[in-house]
Write a protein that binds this ligand. Structure first.
Ligand code: C2E
Ligand code: CA
Ligand code: CA
Ligand code: CA
Length: 275
């Protein structure tokens, strides 16, 4: 039995034991995956809303698991965060993503997800510098995606680190915008170059006029502040039409392309569209 705060006891059931064993096993397997560089990167196209030209890709972590097939990042990213493995995971993602981007046309960027906890440490900025030096990718071609979760930590410190990244030329995008608990005022305080409107808002476009008004206002507000906007999870032409109409700059979603390990075909198709 495990002690609860109040002095009561709850039974530690076989089911709880099994769940904990599975978690420990998965953690050990993730350690091995990182040691052997087994994690892969899938790239999903980011397109310009005006002409649908590919302007870059978001790098998404993939874990081809020997026992379980593909484990969702919704499972292994929180596991990495809670076990201290996220630093190593992110460093590998950054390295693989920047190395891949070197082979793309020069105008294309690569966006990498950064867990809030990493923005706390000075070391993280140095890590980005190291990856850029080692790969030779221009800082302007790297975008880091952060979430409102960064406000759990010392905001002054986080802002300092983000400013240091911006000074290097790295772009900063606020991911999943509208899902957190922060107020709008940080938009003016954080050195953000782009705002990603969360899929939950995009999903409801055309079904809920209040939702459409919020989307329109957010795009307008961002524009006023000199911040570009990307809509996430765009799946239908109707969504794309409304979003373009309210001035959204970029699209990401299955309508334009799913995440793929090798984005070469997407890049070639995009080049041919231009010609
Ligand atoms: P996210 O950063 O919001 O990434 C977008 C997610 O939405 C991806 O899921 C992508 O596959 C999915 N998606 C994109 N377009 C559509 C669409 O049109 N329809 C639908 N239904 N889904 C769409 P994925 O790859 O499963 O990643 C889930 C989350 O895991 C990410 O959400 C991100 O928070 C996290 N994640 C993934 N890779 C990394 C990483 O390297 N580091 C960190 N810290 N987090 C990561
Ligand atoms: Ca993201
Ligand atoms: Ca997102
Ligand atoms: Ca999301």
């Amino acid at each position: 039995a495990k002690a609860k705060g109040t002095g009561q006891f709850v039974e530690f059931t076989p089911e709880m034991q099994a769940a904990q064993d599975e978690r420990f096993l998965l953690q050990r397997e993730l350690e091995v995956a990182l040691e052997t560089q087994a994690l892969e990167v899938a790239f999903q196209p980011l397109v310009r809303s005006s002409n649908r030209q590919v302007m870059g890709f978001e790098a998404l972590a993939r874990w081809p698991h020997p026992r379980l097939g593909a484990v969702s990042p919704g499972v292994f990213i929180p596991l990495a965060e809670s076990t201290g493995l996220i630093g190593q995971l992110t460093e590998q993602m950054l390295f693989k993503a920047c190395s891949a981007a070197l082979h793309w046309p020069n105008h294309m960027i690569v966006a990498v997800n950064i867990s809030p906890v990493l923005l706390r440490s000075e070391e993280f900025v140095q890590n980005i510098v190291k990856v850029l030096e080692q790969t030779g990718l221009a800082a302007q071609r790297l975008e880091v995606e952060i979430t409102e979760g960064v406000f759990v930590y010392d905001t002054e410190r986080v802002v300092g680190h983000l400013k240091a990244l911006r000074a290097l030329g790295v772009q900063v995008a606020m991911d999943d915008f509208g899902t957190g608990y922060s107020s709008l005022n940080y938009l003016t305080r954080l050195p953000i170059s782009k705002l990603k409107i969360d899929k939950s808002f995009v999903d409801r476009i055309g079904e809920d006029s209040a939702n459409d008004a919020v989307v329109s206002c957010v795009v307008g507000l961002a524009k006023t502040l000199g911040i570009a906007t990307t809509a996430e999870g765009v799946e239908t032409e109707a969504q794309a039409t409304l979003l373009r109409g309210v001035g959204c700059d970029y699209f990401q979603g299955y309508l334009f392309g799913r995440p793929t390990i090798d984005p070469t075909a997407t890049i070639i198709a995009s080049r041919n569209n231009l010609a």
